[in-house]
Design a protein around this ligand. Structure first.
Ligand SMILES: Cc1cc2nc3c(=O)[nH]c(=O)nc-3n(C[C@H](O)[C@H](O)[C@H](O)COP(=O)(O)OP(=O)(O)OC[C@H]3O[C@@H](n4cnc5c(N)ncnc54)[C@H](O)[C@@H]3O)c2cc1C
Length: 316
């Protein structure tokens, strides 16, 4: 998370270069850990995560890509979209449902270069990250029967583990981008003179910077507290609950902060040569990817209903 925060100070779009092996690979077999997880940790193997589909964005339970076991191979058919870097990754975790049964969500480990994994389109996005979020048509790809993570039916549980880490990484990036934008805006406000005074002397500007600082302080405290709790052995359900709140708060705070930084720069904040212009485009997507802000609130509400407010308000 510290690395994500630091890299994002340059641009949030570089996250794909600090590749996180999907966390759920820790639940793989001994062979999968040796052959995939270790080299992935060493940065030698890139593993994409393909869940979203044209009909299954926020509603991940709507996945329809189907896997049918034929002899010693799965035969997979379906469509995926926005799976970051799956156009260039060495491997991908593919969310499927076995026998078209939504009660059997299952993660298969595929090679995206396999015949039948067809990149239909690489749309360009406001965040220009050097890797794509492709639309993919999957036609009769053959996957060895043992190239499965966990068991049939365990797909969503394992995906949630991936979400925990991916959401915390988004929080870390949002904070990194917010810090850089605030540093730039504060320095600019000290030297830009209007009405005979540096604009930082106007309380309207000073108050924006104070709000930015407090938003960063709050988000950063939350992020590293939750990370410390997870390092200390927090169980997977509470980790999931807290990662959602952290992702929601930090991505929204990151957006508020970077938007204020652009405002402080005036028109110069919108110039493409200004890093704040880039951070503004980068941070915007953090409120959408790995579950939108609305979906994080749906998740937080669900955890409160099931486990009580204490998950969020209790301190030990
Ligand atoms: C930069 C980026 C990288 C991504 N990388 C990946 C990846 O690696 N792998 C992958 O599988 N996917 C990836 N995605 C896809 C991402 O997870 C989805 O875009 C996201 O989950 C939202 O789905 P959607 O875009 O289809 O929006 P929709 O689900 O269509 O939602 C549209 C709007 O409706 C709202 N909405 C939907 N349901 C509800 C509800 N129940 N209550 C309230 N509001 C609701 C949403 O909040 C949103 O505002 C990536 C997306 C981005 C932007």
């Amino acid at each position: 998370m510290i690395v994500n925060e630091e890299v994002a100070k340059a641009t949030g779009a570089l996250w794909g270069r600090v590749w996180l092996p999907p966390m759920c690979l820790k639940d793989g077999t001994r062979e999968q850990k040796e052959e995939i997880l270790r080299p992935a940790c060493a940065g030698k193997v890139f593993v994409a995560f393909c869940t979203s589909e044209p009909g299954a964005g926020s509603d991940a339970g709507g996945v329809r890509t189907s896997a049918v076991l034929r002899g010693n191979h799965w035969v997979v058919n379906g469509e995926k979209c926005f799976a970051s870097f799956s156009e260039g990754a060495d491997l991908a975790l593919l969310t499927t449902i076995v026998d078209s049964d939504p009660k059997k969500p299952t993660l298969l480990i595929i090679n995206p270069k396999t015949k039948g994994y067809n990149i239909k389109r690489l749309p360009s996005f406001m965040q220009r990250s050097g890797h794509g979020h492709p639309e993919v048509d999957i036609r009769d790809i053959k996957v060895p029967a043992d190239a499965m993570l966990g068991e049939v039916g365990q797909g969503f549980e394992l995906t949630k583990d991936w979400f925990v880490e991916a959401r915390l990484a988004i929080a870390a990036r949002s904070i990194g981008m917010a810090i850089r934008a605030t540093e730039l805006a504060e320095a600019y406000a000290a030297k830009r003179v209007q009405f005979g005074r540096p604009i930082g002397d106007f309380q309207a500007i000073e108050f924006m910077i104070t709000e930015m600082a407090a938003d960063i302080m709050t988000g950063k405290s939350m992020l590293y507290r939750v990370c410390a709790e997870i390092d200390g052995g927090l169980d997977r359900k509470h980790a999931h609950a807290k990662a959602s709140a952290t992702k929601w708060y930090c991505s929204e705070a990151g957006w508020r902060v970077v938007d204020k930084a652009l405002q402080i720069f005036g028109e110069r904040g919108a110039m493409c040569e200004n890093p704040v212009e880039r951070l503004h485009r980068d941070v915007r997507l953090e409120r959408i990817c790995e579950g939108t802000s609305e979906i994080q609130k749906v998740i937080i509400g669900g955890h409160i209903r099931k486990r009580g407010l204490d998950v969020y308000t209790g301190w030990s």
